[in-house]
Design a protein around this ligand. Structure first.
Ligand code: SF4
Ligand code: SF4
Length: 156
């Protein structure tokens, strides 16, 4: 009895173990809350920061994809489909198990796992859950400027 009371008292002064997300207090309607966030009327409490190496929603730099299909070969869930007319791929996030095997094997390194993890949706084919082109990937090496001329070393 004494031990239980001591534990309860201790808990009262501990920092909460959970994150106040998406709002400080549970909204009456989550959809209404998200609509208000979209309109800029309310602000979402930021989600937790993810650890290094986190495997979130996949990103694809379409322009640099060579259409080699190696990612399709290794994907264990059939999440990647080939677009024959464009010779590019598209990825269905709803089927992805976040294994990152496609990222590892992609020769030009045009796939990447982002930190995005809020992926719940009523529609598994919603635009945000079908990755077609994410543009330049963060941290990707820039291509050398073709017009740049290397400066010769100064003679002493
Ligand atoms: S991360 Fe894994 S499951 Fe997801 S698309 Fe890549 S290979 Fe497929
Ligand atoms: S492995 Fe990379 S380059 Fe090859 S098809 Fe997949 S995304 Fe494109």
């Amino acid at each position: 009895m004494f031990e239980a009371a001591r534990t309860i008292l201790k808990q009262l002064f501990l920092k909460p173990a959970t994150n106040k997300f998406p709002a400080k207090y549970a909204p009456a309607s989550t959809i209404g809350f998200l609509d208000s966030v979209a309109k800029g009327e309310l602000k979402m409490v930021p989600p937790v920061t993810v650890p290094p190496g986190f495997r979130g929603k996949i990103a694809l730099n379409k322009a640099k994809c060579t259409g080699c299909r190696l990612c399709i070969e290794v994907c264990p869930t059939g999440a990647i489909e080939f677009i024959p007319e464009e010779k590019k791929v598209k990825i269905f996030v709803s089927r992805c198990c976040f294994c990152a095997q496609c990222v590892e094997i992609c020769p030009p390194k045009v796939l990447s796992m982002t930190e995005e993890f809020l992926l719940a949706s009523y529609d598994k084919y919603a635009d945000e859950l079908v990755v077609v082109d994410s543009g330049e990937l963060p941290g990707a090496e820039k291509e050398p400027d073709a017009g740049a001329v290397e400066k010769p070393a100064e003679q002493s």
